[in-house]
Structure formats: C-alpha cells, structure tokens
Design a protein around this ligand. Sequence first.
Ligand code: ADP
Ligand code: MG
Length: 621
Amino acid sequence: MTKIKQLSLHEAQKIAAGEVVERPANVVKELIENALDAGATQITLYLENGGKKLIRIVDNGCGMSQEDAHLCFNQHATSKISSVNDLESLVTFGFRGEALASIAAVSNVTLTTKENINGNEASSGIKLELDAGNILKKESVSCRPGTSISIENLFFNVPARQKFLKKKETESRHIIQLVHAFCLDYLSVHFKFFQENKELINCPPTETIETRIAQLWDHVFSKQMITIDTEKTTDSFKNIEGLKISGAISNHQYFRYDRNNIFLFVNKRWIKDIQLSRALLRGYQNVLPPARYPAACIFIEIDSQQVDINIHPRKEEVQFLHPRKVANLLQNTVKKALEDNLSSQIQQTVTFKKEIPYPSSFAATSQATTSYTAPQTYKPFNFDAAPPVHSPVVLKKSIEKDFNSPDKDEQKKQTIIDSYETTKIVQKNYELIGQYKKTYILIEKKDGLFLVDQHAAHERILYELFSKRFKDVATVTLMFPEIFSVSLQDMQTIAPHLAIFKQNGIEIEPFGDKQLIIKSTPVHIKNIKLSELVQQVASWIKEFEQPDQEAFFKAINEKMHAQMACKAAIKAGDILTKEQMEKLLEDLEKTNNRLTCPHGRPTGWLLSVYEIEKKFKRITS
Ligand code: ADP
Ligand code: MG
C-alpha cells in the first residue's frame, strides 16, 4: 500500500491559504493592495469583531468584467504579470494571483463589481456569493463602478487556524496598524475605516505627509515631526545611485514605549526590516532614553534591480543587494536631521529667552506639557524654604495650586513625605549624618557608615505601598481632569483594561475615539506625566497579552507598581531636609524588602567599621 496520497485540490488550497492568510490583517492587506492596484482613489474598510466576523472593502477602482469576476478566484489567476520576467518591471502589489483564491477557500465571500475603464462604465455589475471557494450564487446587479468585497467567517472551515486567532482587540490592532501604513503611503487616496459601524479613520486626499500625520494622529503630534529628504541634503551620504530616502521622523522631545509608530516603506511597499529599524534607532543614539522609541515614516526608493521583493510569502520583507549601504544612508540622514532640528530649536529658545524672563529650563519643557497653564513667576525648588507640612487641609489646597503653579517638583516632594500616614515612633538605631552629593543619605551605625540611595529607597517604599498596602494610598480627584490624545492602537489596547488602572487608583475614561481623560489618581503620582504612564502600560499589555488572565494581570500590576514608584520617588539631586531624610529611613525600615529597589538595585550599602579601620591601618588583621 502506498503511503503517499495526492491531496484534493480543495484541501491543498486550504493549506496554501495559510501561507498568505494567517490572520485577518493579512486579508485586509491583500484586499487593499488589490484596490490600489485597480487604481482606486477611495478605499473604505468595514470591520466587525476584529475582522473575524466581517472584513469589507469598497473601492472605486477599475472593477472587473463578469468573466474576470469569475476568474479572479482561480489559483494563479492574475491580470498583473504573464511571466516571471515581468517581475523586474512590476508596478503593482499583486502578481501571484493567489490571494483571492486563498482567502475564498477559507471563508464566505461576496463580491460585487462593475468594470470602469477610463470612464467607460459597464452597463451592469455582477454579484457573486462563494462558500469555501465554491460559487453558490451569481446575479447581474446595478451598482457603482468599482469593487466591493466582503469576507465573512474567516477560517470557518479550518478550525485549527480559527483557534489561533487572537482576541478581537488584538486582531483589530494589527489591522489599524496596517491601515495607518497605507494612509501614510498613499496620500492621494481617500481612506476611511469603520469598526462596528463607527468611523475611526477618515483621511481625505492630501499632498503632504505632515497633513496625513495630523489626520491620523493629531496636530500636536504632527508638530513634533521633522521631514527628511536625501534629495534636499548634501551629497556626502549618498552611496547608491538612484537611492532616495524621504519621510518624517519624530524630534528629540518625543518618544514612545514601543516600535509601533515606526513605518518603513521600500518602493511603496510597507516592510518589516530589523536591520533598517536598527539603523533608524542608531540615528537617534544618545537622543532618546533607553528603551524608548521614536515615531517615523520612512520611504526608501531604490532601483528595482537593487532589491528583491519576492522573498516572503506575504511580501512583508525585501532583500537589498547592498543592505549595509541602505542602512548607513538611513542612519546618517536621521542623525543629521535631528542635529539640524536641535540647533535650529536652540536658536529659537535663545530668542525666546530674551523676550520673556523665564528660565530656559522652563521654556524648553513648556512645549511638551500641554495641560498646565504658564506660570506668572518662576521659583526654583528650595526644600529648606518650604518645610514639609502635615495638615491634610494644606495638602488639599496644594493640589488646587498645582494647576497654575510651576512648583510641581516642590509639591511632589512635599506630598511624598506628607502622605505617609504613620505616627508610629520607631526606635532609632542610627544617627543621621546628612546628605551626600544630593543623592545619598549618610548614616552612622554601630557597625559602620551606612549609605542610602535616596531614590532607590523611596522607590522601594512606594512600591511596597502600591503593591501591598494599596488601601492606605489616598487618591485625589483632579480638579481639572487631564485629557490627552492616544493613538487608535493604544486606545484599542487600553479600553478593555481600564479596570487595571482603577485597581491602582487611576480613574480613566475614553473621551471620544482618540482621547482619554484621567479623573483621579493616587496622591503620590499626581504630578507624574500620566499620559506617559498610560502609554507605557499599553505597551506592556501588548507585550504580555496571553490567555492566562491571572498571570497577565499579575505581570501588568507588578510592572505598573514599579513604574509608579519609580516616577513618583524623589530623585538623585533632590535636596532633602533632616526631617525628610529621617522619615524616609523610618519608612524604609518598615518595608519587607528594604535591601533593594524594585529593579534590584541596592537601596543601601554599609562601609563597616572594620573596613574603615583597616584602611587607616588602625587594625592590621
Ligand atoms: P494578484 O493581485 O496577485 O493578481 P489576487 O488574487 O489578489 O491576485 O487578484 C486576482 C485578480 O483579481 C487581480 O489580478 C485583478 O485582476 C483582480 N482583482 C482583484 N481585486 C480587484 C479589485 N479590487 N478591483 C479590480 N480587480 C481586482
Ligand atoms: Mg492581489
């Protein structure tokens, strides 16, 4: 008996479908590419249940004749090439003729199309209904020129694959990312995106990338972007004939917690390329803090002989003939653009300083913080002049003052120290010497000289307070709730998880489709930039998303407590009064794990009497 069996065409197609289509976003990509190949200038996407229930794309492209509408679902049926030789001069996305065949094999498809070539509209259109690739119904219909294609119940006949589809929010996040890429790539196309019949994206045609960015995100974000174009810069970096890089990158003041706002395009194809991403990040070296990422939209144009686009089944990767040269040009272009932008900003700041008597440190940050009004006077922080106050009434007042006062640091340090509830007197077994380098607290102990890292210690105290004794944490209702914009992806990520924030005393609600409003926060973190915390949490949610809900909540909560503690803790360089130092040591004493901060750094370190005496040769053994 033979072991080898010939698979039926139908089974083979279902398997092949897996190569092109792994998740709903792959279907959306193929369908939008088909619409663009058909010359559409208006493309609308409708999504239900993250694409698992419905993906519908409507375009105003050239449409298909009745015959082509039947043929397009056959495998290897394409109007775009007739032989492999055509690949070199290819100008379309599609060429394999397998997307529609593959998608149709694993879903229910309805296609309505009417041909329209150079304004010559067919008299009627055609509507086909297919089930797992088989045409069930066909009828002549009157419809608008162009194509509308609906994909329902994706993978209904491949349970093994359906099982691997992620939650609605995850699938839709991938699709939103993809739609962003198309919007950035095709400025002259009017894109619209509806999710559960709600319009989330509407980008009318535009000529500039800045306007597109503003349409997709907002004007504040768009202002943080610097345009780049190797055609307009000096020739010194150019290393491959015909290689051009243009687009927009975020400036040194902007950062994100993940790489999701980095878009790379090669000859108008959105690609993922780890070497190019790294080159981009190298361009930002020493500009961004560690583990922070820019936003960027990079268009690379290169001679088609210098790049192979046919190396990946879903065409998400390309291979360059000289990858290093492309990467170098990108890195240098980014670096130069950032330097130029920074030097022009410094010049502006100097002029600004002359006009208004604010210290430059405030001028430099005023742009980044949008929710606070400009101060009338500026007073540098001075702890000695403002001893800690313990009355809750004053504390409440200080919260009000917070919104029109620049003394945020002062408030912060005050509330940190104030808000400890304890009155317990702890028997001191040490003598406080003082503060060293505004960073370490020096203590005389029986067994030696003890140095405490003030930031690490305070971080540990707050971490334990947040994670173990959250009931003790006071929250404040913000008099002026903080409203800030988030990307659609972050919104999709955060909206289902607002309870995690609530558990941590941060009351957040969606405010429209692209904004969040923070109504209350724990008193300790009221002065930290909550918008950053929210974005950071969004990136963790994306990273940790897993079916085990308990493990997921635990991981997010732990990270969040550590982050809240780190942000709210006093910093190295903060001058502390004797009382404040004593309070800190007293609180540290009460923590369970006082030897390290939540990140594992030591909070303190003992220089033993023995070591000291040995150094001074008072003892010899
Ligand atoms: P490919 O894009 O690689 O040619 P597809 O399976 O995606 O393969 O599409 C098969 C053919 O169907 C295309 O070559 C094109 O002629 C036609 N087609 C698909 N989508 C559209 C559309 N939205 N408008 C016009 N024609 C389309
Ligand atoms: Mg195609």
